[in-house]
Design a protein around this ligand. Sequence first.
Ligand SMILES: Nc1ncnc2c1ncn2[C@@H]1O[C@H](COP(=O)(O)OP(=O)(O)OP(=O)(O)O)[C@@H](O)[C@H]1O
Length: 253
Amino acid sequence: MSLLSVKQLSVSLSQQKIISGAELQIAKGEVVGLIGPNGAGKTTLMRAILGLIPTVGHSSLARLSEDARARAVAWMPQDRHIAWPIEVQSLIMLGRLPYRSYSRAPSAADQQAVQAAMQQVDLVGFAKRRATELSVGERTRALIARALAQQTPLLMADEPIAGLDPAHQMSTMQTFVELAQRGNSVFLSIHDLGLAARYCSRLILLGEQKIIADGPPAEVLTPNNLARIFGIEAYFENTAHGRIFQPLRVLAP
Ligand SMILES: Nc1ncnc2c1ncn2[C@@H]1O[C@H](COP(=O)(O)OP(=O)(O)OP(=O)(O)O)[C@@H](O)[C@H]1O
């Protein structure tokens, strides 16, 4: 079953073509990494898919009502700013708003979802802390938890592991893999190609205003794509821990 269907999606910003004719599907049980250099259009594509900016073309999520969309997809934007000194547990509880009114006491299911999300991002001891007093990495984990607490079939996140330490990067990616194993899906943009190669079931490579490749990591992170789109050369090895990918050097223009 498809959780997201995108057909011939194009976006222009300030009369500049950013994305042209994007086509993609996300099925249940996938961790799909959106990769591409700075400025390739990853954030723009995700925002377009969600219906947050004007587009030409079709996205199955953009056409939903706000209520239906909030139950279909959780969105973690790249911006980590938190405007007011809310407690971490209350911030994460905001992820439950698609299912409850703000003025009503949280249900047992709401409490359980928040507790589980705090455990998944290793923030249980931070429940009563002010979110505005967290480090950037801790705040990032709180925002991941808010998206997890939403318990939607699809979670979309813009660079969710940027700024996390290695242990929390890997545990967050593992959480996404476990979500997929339970039949949900995650669509995330990611710059760490090594972690993308190890944890994502599929990669979508953006460049030159379009989707250049879409498939298993080994078919997308090819020497040709890396040279053409990222201007780099990389080292690969298949190991007992999975496929190891390490960028090696920048190629001459
Ligand atoms: N409002 C705007 N008007 C014109 N151009 C814009 C606007 N917003 C973004 N852009 C441009 O669109 C392109 C895609 O930006 P986007 O933020 O989607 O890239 P990205 O792949 O997410 O980059 P990064 O990896 O740096 O986060 C960039 O060249 C950016 O400068």
